[in-house]
Design a protein around this ligand. Structure first.
Ligand SMILES: [Zn+2]
Length: 122
């Protein structure tokens, strides 16, 4: 089922825009293992300075949900002000946590209810 991605969300009171776009690309210098002069396709990107998350529209439904969670974790990470681990370490932690968290939340709706006090998002 195609996830309904919100157009914005709040992170510690800061409103982040969530923009879905085609052909999302970054400079290779921003991606580990890529040549700095190359342009690289990516599935998601978070720019906490301008409070915006970008999501590539050309990805599967489950991947889109995972990418949205992945980029949300980057936004949450930035909000913590935690700079002890940043850059590649942050990417590795976010990359490993996002699919596990998504699976955990999908398999355990009672967790959502316990954490929010709501039975559904509405
Ligand atoms: Zn990332």
């Amino acid at each position: 089922m195609k996830p309904v991605i919100p157009r914005s969300m709040l992170v510690l009171g800061q409103r982040f825009k969530v923009v879905q776009t085609r052909n999302l690309r970054v400079n290779g210098s921003d991606v580990k293992g890529e040549h700095p002069n190359e342009v690289v396709d990516v599935l998601g990107l978070t720019d906490s300075d301008i409070q915006t998350i970008y999501l590539e529209t050309d990805q599967g439904d489950d991947k889109l949900a995972e990418t949205f969670l992945h980029e949300s974790l980057h936004a949450l990470w930035a909000a913590t002000g935690l700079r002890v681990t940043h850059g590649e370490e942050e990417e590795q932690i976010v990359k490993r946590l996002s699919p596990i968290m998504l699976d955990w939340l999908r398999r355990n709706p009672a967790v959502y209810t316990a954490l929010t006090g709501r039975h559904s998002y509405r």
